[in-house]
Design a protein around this ligand. Structure first.
Ligand SMILES: [Zn+2]
Length: 461
């Protein structure tokens, strides 16, 4: 330590880190094959530590005190269900009351000289992004978890990998970068998205450098394949991708590029949680770093294995901002705790199968229909009425917002353009707007026929 500054390499004990969270390939010969007893013993000890740390954070202390939960009272993994969960709404309220960081952070920027940290934001659509402060330990441990997942999906040390994620306020591109460079010894070729490096250039680079994977959405990877064909390049023979760690349409990806596509699951605040193994019987949860539960969408009560409900995630690996029983509102279910054909006893979850609310992921941005509604009704020529549809066009998800107005039909096009500009500004992605006369949405919203007005319909197959 010099002059009161502690650098990242001084705050992270790398021996302890790699013993606690073995990186790949060691992970697959050790932690991945542990017995249920070993897994759960480790989880309980980490859970107790994590509960005590979380209790020092105002957001958790307030909620736990109100619910009468004492973090010292955890004696078994079952006790976790006594802890009240929270949703994105609770986080939003915390930010509104304590801008800009909320009161759920485990570290604060004022301590950064002694505790190196960085801040990333989730894609918020209601004006407030949700920030998460990560310590150096959180970044490193998180990078190991990501490296394990990328390895399981076919990336190997020494591979050259194109990172085509957006380097932006969220951690997507950075977590890939950290995992590839620090823990997989891959040669990272940073391209950013198609707006930073053109699709044509991405293809040229992938061919020239013999890239083994292109990290981006499955949708964009398929667009790149179309581009390649236009350039006279065969996506399967000339590109030679050996890993497809892209979330998207599995059949199209495998057909287009050859090789195997494995499902995975994670989200901004905790990073990579689970990845499918070659047996393709569910996604193995990285249980040394997470406890995943499933609760009823309406009542919040824990559900038995096999029943579809909302995922509630507790991370066990961080030292910074905790996520302790976060109801992420993604729908899935748990497999019974059995040994998989691959040899692992790690619990498996089903792939993401929809939302407990109406969130749609549009080109990497989380969009809630209600948030779109709040924006479009602010236009002086629209009414309070709106209806949002999610559709699939080609390889892309799109959203269309329909609004009503008392203005003349001659003004509809202008209103639509103004709203599309406003939405692009506020949300960051293009969203189409349709304008109609009063009452034109009544059949969709059921405003006159049902006690609960409908505002959204998912028309993707
Ligand atoms: Zn398996």
């Amino acid at each position: 330590m010099s002059k009161g500054i502690r650098r990242p390499h001084e705050v992270v004990d790398y021996d302890q880190l790699t013993q606690s969270y073995p990186p790949p390939p060691e992970y697959f010969d050790s932690t991945y094959l542990e017995s249920r007893d070993e897994i759960e013993r480790k989880q309980l000890s980490r859970l107790k530590d994590r509960a005590l740390r979380a209790y020092q954070v105002p957001f958790f202390k307030r909620r736990w005190d109100a619910a009468g939960f004492d973090p010292n009272s955890i004696t078994s993994l079952n006790d976790l269900s006594r802890v009240p969960f929270y949703t994105v709404d609770d986080i939003r309220k915390s930010i509104e009351a304590n801008p800009p960081l909320g009161d759920y952070q485990g570290v604060l920027p004022k301590d950064a000289a002694k505790e190196p940290m960085r801040v990333f934001m989730s894609g918020g659509t209601t004006g407030t992004s949700r920030p998460t402060l990560y310590t150096a330990w959180d970044r490193e441990a998180g990078a190991i978890l990501t490296a394990r997942a990328l390895y399981q999906q076919g990336i190997r040390p020494g591979d050259t990998v194109l990172n085509a994620w957006a380097y932006s306020t969220h951690n997507g591109a950075f977590s890939m970068d950290e995992a590839l460079y620090k823990w997989l010894n891959c040669v990272v070729l940073t391209t950013g998205t198609g707006t930073v490096t053109s699709s044509q250039r991405q293809i040229e680079l992938a061919v020239q450098y013999g890239a083994k994977a292109i990290l981006t959405t499955g949708d964009y990877l398929l667009r790149l394949a179309e581009k390649a064909r236009e350039m006279g390049i065969d996506p399967k023979k000339d590109l030679q991708l050996t890993a497809l760690p892209n979330i998207g349409d599995r059949a199209s990806l495998e057909e287009t590029f050859g090789g195997e596509n494995y499902a995975s699951y994670g989200f901004h605040e905790v990073q990579w949680i689970a990845t499918e193994c070659p047996a393709r019987q569910g996604l193995h949860i990285q249980e040394d770093a997470f406890i995943v539960q499933v609760v009823d969408t309406d009542t919040g009560e824990p559900l038995p294995d096999g029943e579809l409900g909302c995922l509630v995630v507790t991370e066990l690996y961080k030292t910074g901002s905790p996520q302790f029983r976060y109801n992420i509102m993604d729908l899935s279910y748990l497999y019974p705790p059995e040994q998989c054909a691959c040899g692992s006893w790690l619990r498996r979850m089903a792939p993401f199968s929809g939302r407990g609310d109406n969130m749609v992921k549009l080109r990497g941005v989380n969009v809630w229909p209600e948030a779109l509604g709040e924006i479009v009704i602010t236009h002086e020529q629209t009414t309070e009425d709106y209806f949002v549809r999610a559709i699939r066009e080609g390889h892309r998800d799109e959203m269309i917002v329909a609004v009503t107005t008392t203005a003349d039909a001659g003004d509809f096009a202008t209103i639509a353009t103004e709203l599309e500009t406003l939405l692009k500004e506020k949300i960051g992605v293009k969203i189409r707007v349709e304008v109609g006369v009063l009452g034109s949405l009544d059949e969709l919203t059921e405003i006159k026929t049902s006690p609960k007005t409908k505002r959204f319909r998912d028309e993707r197959s």
